[in-house]
Design a protein around this ligand. Structure first.
Ligand SMILES: [Zn+2]
Length: 223
């Protein structure tokens, strides 16, 4: 088998292979290295490339294999049970999501609606807890459906949070809350800003890693 790859020549001494999320292969090689040398290198790495691709495929399949109809929904990084209710409205109570029976799409829509409600309650509570500790007063709190952004702080000190924060561990939720509150003091990511964050979350780097990790969970609502 011969692996197809995109070759990028660069001012470097060694070769490096990268498997992209879509499975394509990129090779970076020194400017003047002979093509057959590069081919040979790629051939040697064939097994590694294949293993990498399989892993990517598995991750993708896992991601697609999460169904609400299997009976669980994530909250704060944990999977909680779904029960079906005849009540007029779907609701969340003490670790159980009560939904109306329906197909996957309908279940998802109900879940998102509940996440928004929970997010409003949880984030108002957490902002009220941390704001006085920082000596700040946000102008308001809004819940949105952002995918790539957990929170933001406007120039007028309005805080915006994504309901998707309800999917991440609580410690990370608190970190995001403090992060945005610190932006009221520093509207940038300057060292002074991070110093303020660090007073509350010396482990903010781990929090960020954990946030990124949550996004990759099969049950994360990425769409
Ligand atoms: Zn920020």
């Amino acid at each position: 088998m011969k692996t197809k790859y995109t070759l990028i020549r660069a001012k470097r001494r060694t070769m490096v292979i990268q498997v992209k999320p879509d499975g394509t292969v990129v090779v970076r090689a020194p400017m003047k290295l002979a093509k057959r040398e590069i081919d040979r290198f790629v051939q040697q790495k064939e097994e590694w490339i294949m293993a990498h691709r399989e892993e990517l495929l598995r991750q993708k399949q896992n991601k697609e294999q999460f169904f609400l109809s299997d009976g669980n929904l994530p909250l704060f990084g944990e999977l909680l049970p779904i029960e079906y209710t005849q009540e007029k409205k779907a609701f969340y109570q003490e670790g159980i999501f009560f939904l109306h029976e329906g197909n996957e799409q309908e279940l998802r829509a109900q879940a998102v609606e509940l996440y928004r409600i929970i997010a409003r309650e949880e984030l108002i509570k957490r902002v009220a807890f941390y704001a006085p500790k920082l000596g700040v007063k946000p102008a308001g709190i809004r819940i949105n459906g952002a995918k790539g952004r957990w929170g933001s702080c406007s120039g007028k000190n309005n805080l915006n949070f994504s309901w998707r924060l309800m999917l991440v561990p609580e410690h990370c939720v608190n970190y995001v809350v403090v992060h945005e509150l610190c932006h009221i003091l520093h509207h940038d990511h300057s060292p002074a800003f991070w110093q303020e964050v660090e007073r509350f979350f010396p482990d903010w780097r781990e929090c960020r890693e954990q946030l990124a990790e949550t996004v990759r969970k099969p049950w994360f609502f990425s769409e």
